[in-house]
Write a protein that binds this ligand. Structure first.
Ligand code: FES
Length: 356
C-alpha cells in the first residue's frame, strides 16, 4: 500500500502520447515537453516558458501540476477540451495526452552549441545589420527557426535571432542573422557600436517550431522589421524545394528607409513556381513622399482584393502588437489556429530578434 501511495505522488509515471507506441517514463519534476523531447518525440514548442501556447497538448487522462496560468494563451474551447501547456506541466499520475499535428517523422532537433567567430557585419538599413558568423562545426536547422547567441563579456544572457538564410544539407558552417538596433539593448548597441569582426561567441540551436508545413493551400506571409529574416529563409527554402503554392507576402516597415531585402524578394518572385507577390506596407512614410505603394498597417491589407482568407495558411513573424492584431483578424476570417504559424518575441531574450 505504501508503495502504491508513493508511486501515485512521486512517480515515476507513465506518459502515453496518442500515436506513439510505447509510453515514456516521467517523474514529477520534469516538464512533459522536456520528457517527450528527451524521448525523441517532437512535440512542437517555441518559448518553453509558458508564453506562446505552441506546446499545448490535450490531457486525455490523468493529473498534472501546472506552473503557469494558461488561460490567457488558450481559447475557451481549448480550455474546455482540457488543453495544457506541456512546457509548464509535470505529471502527478500516469497520463495520456494527444498532440495536434504530431509529426513523428520529424526529429526532435537536439540543440547543439557551437563556438563561432563574427566574420562580417554589414548594414542592411539604418538600424538593421547583417551578422555573419563562421562556426567551428555544422549546425542544422529548419528554415524559419532561430538560434541563441551568447557573447562572453558582452551579455550575460543569450539573445535569440532567426536564421536569415536557408539551411544547407549537412548543416551550416556559416550562419547569418539580421540584428536590429534596440535602444538600450546591451547586445545590439555593442554590435552596432564598432568593428566587431573576429569576436568569439557561441551559437546554440536550433529553436522554435516556425517552418513551412507541407500543404497545397495558398500562403499568406506577414512580417515586420527584422521579422524579415525567418520569412526570407523559409521562402528561399521553399524555392529550392519547388513549392508550387500561391504566396502573398505582406511586409510592414515604417518608411522607405526601413525597407530591405527587396532584391532578394524579387529573386524569389522570379524563381517561385506559382504566383508570388511581395507587398511592402509603410506605416510612417511622409504623406508628401514619392512612395507609390501601400501605406498604413499590414493588417489593413490582409483581405486586400477580396482575398478569401479562410483558404489560406499564414506564416508570420514580427513584433507582438502586429502579430496579435493579425492573428485576431485571420481567425475572425476563418483561418483555423492550426493553420496560423507565427514567431514573435515573448521575453527579453527575444526582444532584439523581432522588434520592428
Ligand atoms: Fe510552451 Fe511556449 S508555452 S513552448
Amino acid at each position: 500500500m505504501f508503495g502504491k501511495l508513493f508511486k501515485r505522488d512521486n512517480g515515476p509515471f507513465k506518459l502515453r502520447i496518442e500515436g506513439v507506441a510505447e509510453p515514456i517514463e516521467v517523474d514529477n519534476k520534469t516538464f512533459l515537453l522536456t520528457a517527450a523531447l528527451d524521448a525523441g518525440i517532437p512535440i512542437p514548442y517555441s518559448c518553453r516558458v509558458g508564453g506562446c501556447g505552441t506546446c499545448k497538448v490535450r490531457l486525455l487522462d490523468g493529473k498534472v501540476k501546472e506552473y503557469t496560468d494558461k488561460t490567457y494563451l488558450l481559447t475557451p474551447e481549448q480550455l474546455q477540451q482540457n488543453y495544457i501547456l506541456s512546457c509548464q506541466a509535470v505529471a502527478r499520475s500516469d497520463l495520456s495526452i494527444a498532440v495536434d499535428d504530431l509529426d513523428l517523422t520529424a526529429s526532435a532537433e537536439e540543440r547543439i552549441t557551437r563556438s563561432g567567430r563574427i566574420s562580417a557585419v554589414a548594414p542592411l538599413t539604418h538600424d538593421i545589420l547583417q551578422l555573419t558568423i563562421e562556426l567551428d562545426g555544422p549546425l542544422s536547422y529548419r528554415a524559419g527557426q532561430y538560434a541563441d547567441l551568447t557573447v562572453p563579456g558582452v551579455i550575460a544572457e543569450h539573445r535569440s535571432y532567426s536564421f536569415a538564410g536557408r539551411p544547407e544539407p549537412g548543416g551550416n558552417r556559416r550562419v547569418v542573422f539580421h540584428v536590429r538596433k534596440v535602444p538600450g539593448g546591451a547586445f545590439t548597441e555593442w554590435l552596432h557600436g564598432g568593428a566587431r569582426e573576429g569576436t568569439e561567441l557561441t551559437v546554440a540551436g536550433p529553436g522554435g517550431d516556425f517552418w513551412l508545413r507541407p500543404n497545397d493551400a495558398p500562403m499568406l506571409c506577414v512580417a515586420g522589421g527584422s521579422g524579415m529574416a525567418p520569412l526570407k529563409a523559409l521562402l528561399e527554402q521553399a524555392v529550392v524545394e519547388g513549392v508550387q503554392r500561391d504566396c502573398t507576402y505582406l511586409y510592414g516597415a515604417r518608411t522607405q528607409q526601413d525597407l530591405y531585402c527587396e532584391a532578394e524578394m524579387a529573386q524569389i518572385a522570379e524563381q517561385w513556381q506559382g504566383r508570388f507577390e511581395f507587398v511592402p506596407v509603410l506605416s510612417e512614410e511622409p504623406e508628401d513622399s514619392d512612395w507609390p505603394g501601400r501605406r498604413g498597417l499590414v493588417t489593413a491589407f490582409l483581405q486586400e482584393g477580396g482575398r478569401n482568407l479562410s483558404e489560406y495558411h499564414a506564416y508570420m513573424c514580427g513584433p507582438p502588437p502586429m502579430l496579435d492584431a493579425a492573428i485576431a483578424e485571420l481567425q475572425a476570417q476563418g483561418i483555423g489556429p492550426a493553420n496560423i504559424h507565427f514567431d514573435k518575441f515573448l521575453d527579453k531574450s527575444h526582444a532584439a530578434r523581432l522588434s520592428a
